[in-house]
Every structure is written in C-alpha cells, then in structure tokens.
Design a protein around this ligand. Structure first.
Ligand SMILES: Cc1cc2nc3c(=O)[nH]c(=O)nc-3n(C[C@H](O)[C@H](O)[C@H](O)COP(=O)(O)OP(=O)(O)OC[C@H]3O[C@@H](n4cnc5c(N)ncnc54)[C@H](O)[C@@H]3O)c2cc1C
Length: 379
C-alpha cells in the first residue's frame, strides 16, 4: 500500500477494480461502435456513481473537494480494463474541471450535476489545426456584441466531438494579447453556428473530431471567469489532468505485464516455458520495476495536488512524462514476449500497443512536459 492513500481511497480502488472485472469487455470495433460504446460507458459509469468523482459534492459529486488521487485510482483501474472506459471517464473530468475551477455557482449548478450523473457528455475544445502545443496561436475569435459573444473558428482533436452536450471552448477575445487574450466559454450542443465538421479515426477507439463555429452566439453568462482568464483556466486544468494521464498509463502497463507473465508461463520453446529463460526474466523484472516507479510518481503527484504543495505542477508533468514513456516501453516488451501472436489484431497485447500511444501526445506531449519541468526548475 502506498503512503499517499486514506482508507476511502482504498475502498474506491476496490470497488472500481471489482466493477471493471464484472463489466468491461474490450468489445468496441469500428467507429460507429466506438461512439455507441462510448455513450453506453458514460451512462454505466454514471449510474455506478464513478463519474460523480469529477464534481464537488454540492454539484452532484462525492467529496467536498475534488481529489486527483480519486481520478488517478479510477483511471488506473479503468484503463487496465478498457482504454475507452478510461477515455470516457477522463473527458468527463477534462470537460467539466474548467467549470469547477472558474464557474459561478449558477454555471456549476446547471452543468456539473448532469455530467456527474453521466447524463450529459463533456468536451474540452482547445486545440486547433494551427495551434497544438502552442496555444498562444489560437485563431478562434469570440467577439463581444451587447451581452453576447459571437464565436468563429475551428477546433480539431476534440474528444467527444459530436456526442457531447457541453463543450468548454477557448477563444481569443483580444488577439493582440495572444495567450493573455484567451477566454473560456461553455457552449451547449445544438447552439446555432456550432457544427461537427468531421470525425477523426485514430489508432485506438476514441470518439474525436473537428468542430466548427460560424457566428455561434453564446451569452455573456456562459463565459467562465473574466475575459483573458482562458489560458489560466486551460493550464490549471491540464496541470491537474496530467498526473491522471500517468495513472492511465500505469493501468495499461499493469495489464501488459500481467499478459506478459501469463504468456511467458504458457508458451514453451526449446523444451521449456519462456519464463524459464533468463532473457525473458530480465525483461519482466525491468517492466515491473518501471511500472512501480511510474506508479510512485503518479500518486506522489496526485497527493501533492490534493495537498496544495508548491511542486504540484512539476510533479504532475514528471508523472505524465515518466509513466507514459515507461508504459510505452512496457507494452512494447510485452508484445515482444508474445512473438507473432502479439501482432494479431484484437488480442489484448495488440490492443494495448495501439491504446498506449496517444498518452505521450495528448494533454501536452512528452517534449512539452520537459519544457514545463525545466521552467519550474529554473524559475
Ligand atoms: C487521443 C487524443 C485526444 C485529444 N483530445 C483533445 C481534446 O479533447 N481537446 C483538445 O483541445 N485537444 C485534444 N487533443 C490534442 C492534443 O492535446 C494535441 O495533439 C497535443 O497538444 C499536441 O499538439 P499537436 O498535435 O498540434 O502537435 P504539435 O504541437 O504540432 O507538435 C508536433 C511535435 O513537435 C513537438 N514540439 C512542439 N513544440 C515544441 C517545442 N517547443 N519544443 C520541442 N518540441 C516541440 C511536439 O512535442 C510534437 O512531437 C487530443 C489529441 C489526441 C491524440
């Protein structure tokens, strides 16, 4: 048991683990199935009161204050069972946390309870075709006219595009100020001028696409925080989410190690189990050691977030960087141990190989995590 948990974390871990054992089958195949499976998963996780952990108690959640440790525990367990289940939980968190952080009580009461119950699907629209890591180059504009904002622009790689009810959208209200001119808005699906432009197919099941705003009118009352608060809100959200991406990596890597151990005991070559070869044993030992190191960084980062420690931003980036890179190596070695069977589509280890790749890219690539860590070290 890690020192970062209280008794209620362990209970949550236990109930998530047993829910995953009973409920998750890796049964999503093509894009249409992915969206249906994604929506089903959100409803299921909502009914089970697992998504409720994304909101504070007053707004449909479980605890008075959101805890990163809860999110990490849930993401580790869900990712071990199904990458799509983890994705659906995580985007409910990503798309609602800006509202928790910067919303008024009215905004929180309106948007958070349905998201926490899994009745509304959330999305977070920051990335654009020309603005990925560099959010200061965001082109989407929000122009104030009376008490409304008119939003125009395109957002790409929006998880849950087309199936979400609630989009948190980042747009420039003052282009000259670049990053300091960004503002955040809640835009409801069905708003005039908001359209799904295309669905994007990824390596691994993930509902995602491009959305376009053409003179989409949103009320001033849908702005989160003040004009110019957008970057602060986006980065605070990502700082919290990053250690949870590390937790998802730990879940995938754990499953990969389990599969590698199982297979190395089953498969015989040269008259003995693969597990008898020292070459295989060394691989398993390295995988287990990296996994444990990743887990420690993740839960240390989550603990430092929950306790408001000064180094929480650096810790969260370190956890994401190390855990996602380690998970990639662990999954790769698990596949290597499987030989040719590891490449057969739909086998657990082949799925893990596809599932793990995105984690080193989204919510800040590994390179961007290094920049964040260095900035914190040098400031
Ligand atoms: C599965 C998935 C889900 C996603 N979901 C969402 C979502 O819900 N909402 C959303 O807004 N976005 C989402 N994204 C977008 C994601 O956050 C971006 O892809 C990511 O931030 C990287 O941006 P980019 O793809 O434009 O790459 P770029 O920024 O173009 O980077 C390309 C390469 O250059 C490197 N690079 C860039 N700048 C530097 C630098 N200064 N120094 C060194 N190297 C650098 C990067 O590390 C990368 O290797 C998602 C992406 C994926 C893959």
């Amino acid at each position: 048991m890690l020192p970062y948990f209280d008794q209620d974390h362990l209970l949550l871990q236990e109930s998530a683990r047993s829910w995953v054992e009973k409920n998750l089958a890796r049964d999503h195949k093509d894009e249409a199935d992915t969206e249906a499976a994604a929506q089903r998963l959100v409803r299921k996780l909502g009914k089970e009161e697992l998504i409720a952990y994304v909101a504070p108690k007053r707004f449909g959640g479980v605890r008075e204050e959101i805890q990163a440790r809860d999110w990490c525990l849930l993401r580790e367990e869900l990712a071990r069972g199904s990458s799509l289940a983890d994705t659906m939980f995580s985007i409910q968190a990503l798309g609602s946390y800006p509202i928790t952080l910067a919303g008024t009580d009215d905004q929180k009461l309106r948007y958070l309870p349905p998201i926490a119950r899994g009745e509304a699907i959330a999305a977070f629209a920051l990335t654009e075709p020309q603005a990925g890591s560099d959010i200061a180059s965001i082109q989407t504009r929000a122009v104030k006219r009376g008490r409304d904002y008119w939003i125009t622009g395109v957002k790409s790689f929006v998880s849950n595009a087309g199936i979400a009810q609630t989009y948190v959208v980042f747009a420039s209200t003052d282009p000259e100020k670049k990053a300091r001119g960004l503002s955040a808005f809640v835009v409801e699906a069905g708003s005039r001028g908001l359209a799904l432009k295309e669905k994007t197919r990824l390596l691994s099941p993930h509902p995602i696409g491009v959305i376009a705003f053409e003179d989409c009118v949103v009320s001033e009352s849908n702005r989160l925080g003040e004009e110019g608060d957008g970057t602060k809100i986006a980065l605070a959200t990502l700082d919290t989410m990053r250690c949870t991406v590390g937790a998802a990596a730990v879940g995938l890597a754990r499953k990969a190690l389990e599969e590698a151990i199982r297979y190395s005991r089953e498969r015989r070559q040269f008259g003995q189990e693969l597990a008898q070869f020292q070459g295989i044993q060394f691989k398993l030992a390295d995988m287990a050691t990296e996994l444990e190191a990743a887990r420690l960084l993740v839960y240390q980062a989550a603990w430092s977030h929950d306790h408001g420690q000064a180094d929480r931003k650096k810790n969260s980036s370190m956890a994401k960087l190390f855990a996602t890179e380690a998970a990639q190596r662990i999954v790769d070695q698990a596949l290597q141990i499987h030989g040719g069977i590891g490449l057969v589509a739909e086998t657990p280890v082949a799925r893990l190989y596809n599932d793990v790749r995105a984690l080193r890219i989204y919510e800040g690539t590994s390179e961007i995590q290094k920049l964040v860590i260095a900035k914190e070290l040098l400031k």
